[in-house]
Design a protein around this ligand. Structure first.
Ligand SMILES: [Mn+2]
Length: 306
């Protein structure tokens, strides 16, 4: 059995980066679905740090290409500091989003932690979208479509330099899985940066097992594995509780296999759960599914394998 350090839950109740309201209710929905108890039942030590606080969502149109940039920066700054504190204490931080703009704050903290400790970093980005937009190519200006670009050094300076230096992440440190919605300009940019994308076409063609073997290739005892789990990664048939449903996502079993293969590495050291939107959910079923999948990330196997 894999040994995990103590886990810290960090609630970040905001939807300032999203195009629909409601992801701000995600942290509470995950708690109600029993996330903390499920991890405790697996023998993990779990501390719930409660919710970070930050500015409310002013629901304004974009200014200079970005919506709510000042609010996005405030929430990400708070999350970056909270994540850094947990990592410094030797804990495994779990971000309870909130929308996906928050991955800038969590991953900047993780990247700095790895650099200081001289460890390798591998980010697994489970998502329907590449989240590699810029203000030039996105008309909406919603920052939850931009975090990977910001982490790779393109975007507003307040976010690309959130942790001081830039870029926080090298394109070869990230693998994106489940992608099935990429804007035209974004596609060009993703190719230019040489991002490793395992889109649904590729998953259909070679199967999830081989995809995960490729995405995890090179992960070793010296690697910090960060999982950024956007709930819209999942097929909307099983996970309706997200703001941007894109059909044709991984099935329940494919998603379980992804989580189990990540668990098998024993290297996951930080996690984001984002974009869960209770306003679009029914009976909290998407939150319950997310908890089920996170249990697998922490080593609960649905198979008869000890
Ligand atoms: Mn996303």
């Amino acid at each position: 059995m894999i040994r995990f350090p103590p886990v810290s839950l960090i609630g970040v109740p905001t939807d300032v980066g999203a195009g629909h309201r409601g992801a701000s209710m995600g942290p509470e929905a995950l708690r109600v679905a029993g996330l903390g108890e499920a991890l405790q039942a697996r023998g993990l030590q779990v501390v719930d740090r409660g919710n970070l606080s930050g500015p409310f969502n002013p629901w304004q149109p974009p200014a200079d290409g970005y919506r709510h940039l000042q609010q996005v920066v405030a929430w990400n700054t708070a999350l970056m500091h909270a994540t850094a504190a947990e990592l410094a204490a030797g804990h495994l931080p779990i971000t309870l989003g909130g929308d996906h703009c928050l991955a800038v704050g969590s991953i900047v903290a993780v990247a700095q932690h790895c650099r200081r400790a001289g460890r390798k970093l591998r980010v697994l980005w489970l998502d329907a979208h590449a989240d590699f937009n810029t203000s030039q190519i996105t008309p909406s200006g919603n920052v939850h479509g931009m975090p990977v670009a910001c982490l790779c050094g393109i975007g507003p300076r307040e976010l690309t330099h959130l942790g001081g230096d830039s870029p926080a992440l090298k394109p070869d440190e990230i693998r994106q899985i489940g992608i099935r919605s990429v804007d035209e300009g974004e596609r060009r940019l993703v190719h230019e940066f040489g991002l490793d994308i395992y889109d649904m076409r590729y998953i259909d063609e070679i199967g999830m097992k081989r995809v995960m073997e490729e995405a995890l290739d090179g992960v070793d005892a010296d690697t910090h594995l960060h999982v950024s789990f956007d709930v819209d990664f999942l097929d909307p048939g099983i996970a309706p509780g997200v703001g941007t449903t894109i059909p044709g996502g991984p099935t329940y079993r494919e998603a379980q296999l992804v989580m189990e293969m990540i668990a098998d590495t024993g290297r996951m050291a930080s996690l984001d759960i984002v974009e869960l939107n209770p306003a679009f959910d029914s009976q909290n079923r998407t939150a319950l599914l997310a908890v089920d999948l996170v249990e697998s990330l922490f080593g609960k196997s649905t198979l008869m394998r000890g």
